[in-house]
Design a protein around this ligand. Structure first.
Ligand code: SAM
Length: 224
């Protein structure tokens, strides 16, 4: 089957210029260990908030989608700015998830409206959207979100991009990335009408820490 052509926007964004293989080799390098840890965290997110409808913002190549049980899931929505990543996701997961899998090329901001989901996962994307814009996106979609579970990274002594043979491939991301302060994210999400459910920290081999923060809309306006 020919993959659908999702490319609808020719304007350049640095994430569109990063090859998925390079990204995954960098993230899974033993010194980085982020792909493996994110896979583990996705398993925890799915177990903590069992949902028949699941959304993933910044789905990339679908790290962790293998942990979704098709028997107990009606729909999975993956959003990403890079259409090539979505094609890879489709190729990898169409067999297991079938027509439940919906992949959408979009740039996440407050103008985007998502399909209603019980669980929305946003792992390592807030850094590229910005805490305020991400909270505005969440506020605009509050009626479509059961729980929003995010992972951000704290860089501590390490640089934003970890040191590997591939690190220079990510230089262009500096123009769109920023460090996210977990307290500032809590505060922006509170202003957006979301209550914090909890926070977990996951140390990485290179001195960075992944921080998971979960939120629930305080006013439920739709049944999911
Ligand atoms: C660091 S990767 C994280 C991938 C995956 N969530 C994981 O944890 O393994 C960031 C992903 O978000 C996507 N992305 C970055 N900015 C975006 C935006 N504004 N809108 C949609 N996707 C974006 C990138 O293309 C990339 O796939």
């Amino acid at each position: 089957m020919t993959a659908p052509d999702r490319r609808r926007d020719t304007s350049e964004h640095p994430w569109r210029g990063i090859d998925l293989g390079v990204y995954e080799q960098h993230m899974s390098d033993a010194r980085v260990g982020q792909l493996q840890q994110l896979h583990h965290i996705t398993g925890e997110q799915l177990a903590a908030y069992p949902s028949r409808t699941i959304g993933v913002l910044g789905v990339a190549g679908g790290n962790g989608l293998d942990l979704i049980n098709p028997e107990t899931t009606d729909a999975v929505y993956g959003y990403d700015i890079n259409a090539d990543y979505l094609d890879a996701c489709e190729a990898l997961y169409h067999d297991t998830l079938g027509d439940r899998l919906h992949l959408i090329e979009t740039s996440i901001d407050r103008s985007v409206r998502i399909e209603p989901v019980g669980l929305l996962i946003a792992n390592l994307i807030v850094e590229y959207v910005g805490a305020e814009e991400f909270a505005a996106f969440a506020a605009a979609n509050a009626g479509s979100i059961g729980v929003l579970s995010c992972v951000i990274q704290r860089n501590d002594a390490a640089g934003f991009v970890s040191s590997t043979d591939y690190a220079s491939s990510f230089d262009a991301l500096a123009s769109v990335s920023s460090d996210i302060d977990p307290e500032a994210l809590d505060s922006a999400m509170s202003d957006a009408g979301f209550a914090a459910l909890g926070r977990c920290e996951y140390p990485l081999p290179n001195g960075k820490t992944l921080i998971r923060q979960d939120f629930r809309p305080t006013i439920v306006v739709a049944r999911l």
